[in-house]
Design a protein around this ligand. Structure first.
Ligand code: PGA
Length: 250
């Protein structure tokens, strides 16, 4: 429905000195891609990543940003800083940031608004825990995350946001959601968006699946009507594993 986007999330992996060559490797391995290819890298790798991606089909993203423009926020990085480097995308509200770094639905909302204001494309992550899935409250929980993330955002702006559905129990565990489970939630997310905005707008959103997506399961997941791409952790760190996922997105 939305534009197909495969984004790598390097997390806290790879060194600045490895970045240029690795992006070039990804470029070669994904030549002829029929989807948007994004590599989200640690802050310190971004300038090398942007340098390597210049003039290629690869887009570069950050893994976080701060919601203020500037000021006394030691250790933080602003949207303007990312834009100045030539970054196009930014991951917001990854479950690891929610769990380990006190990210809340409110900070996710503030960061999404700031990213949109500055012209960065936010990849907003949502997803339930294993306990929530077992309690049968997956969609209720995700509806709250989505509503809060999009509070105060117009339909025109909202459509620029990429949503990544990442069940927490599937991240880095090797336990992928089945294609049917992932489709069910992505479809549910589109219905929530239709309610918040309109049916037609909801169809324009890119909704990714993330959580142990790999070269073996990508084609089946991406064949589902409501899954428009993937946010890839582990498999994005090896070009030969990332490329088949990109090739499956068409
Ligand atoms: P994974 O991570 O592919 O290693 O499960 C996905 C993510 O957390 O974005």
């Amino acid at each position: 429905m939305g534009k197909y986007i495969i984004a790598g999330n390097w997390k806290m992996n790879k060194l600045p000195s490895e970045t240029y060559d690795y992006i070039k490797e990804v470029e070669k391995a994904t030549m002829g891609a029929e989807c948007e290819v994004v590599c989200c890298t640690p802050y310190v790798c971004l300038s090398e990543a942007v340098r390597a991606a210049k003039g290629t089909h690869i887009k570069i993203g950050a893994e976080n940003l701060h919601f203020k423009d500037s000021g006394a926020y030691t250790g933080e990085v602003s949207a303007d800083m990312l834009c100045d480097l030539g970054v196009d995308y930014v991951i917001i509200g990854h479950s690891e940031r929610r769990e380990y770094f006190a990210e809340t639905d409110e900070t996710v909302n503030a960061k999404t608004i700031k990213a949109l204001e500055k012209g960065l494309i936010p990849i907003v992550c949502v997803g339930e825990s294993l306990e929530q899935r077992q309690a049968g409250i997956t969609m209720d929980f995700i509806a709250i995350q989505i509503k809060k993330a999009f509070a105060g955002i117009s339909a025109e702006d909202a459509k620029k946001v990429v949503i990544a559905y990442e069940p927490i129990w599937a991240i880095g565990t090797g336990k992928t959601a089945t294609a049917d489970q992932a489709e069910e939630v992505c479809k549910g997310i589109r219905e929530i968006l239709a309610g918040l905005y309109c049916e037609k707008c909801a169809k324009e959103f890119t909704i990714q699946y993330g959580g142990s997506m790999n070269d073996q399961n990508a084609a089946e997941l991406l064949a589902k009507p409501n899954i428009d791409g993937g946010l890839i952790g582990g498999a994005s760190l090896v070009a030969a594993k990332f490329a088949p996922i990109v090739a499956a997105a068409k």
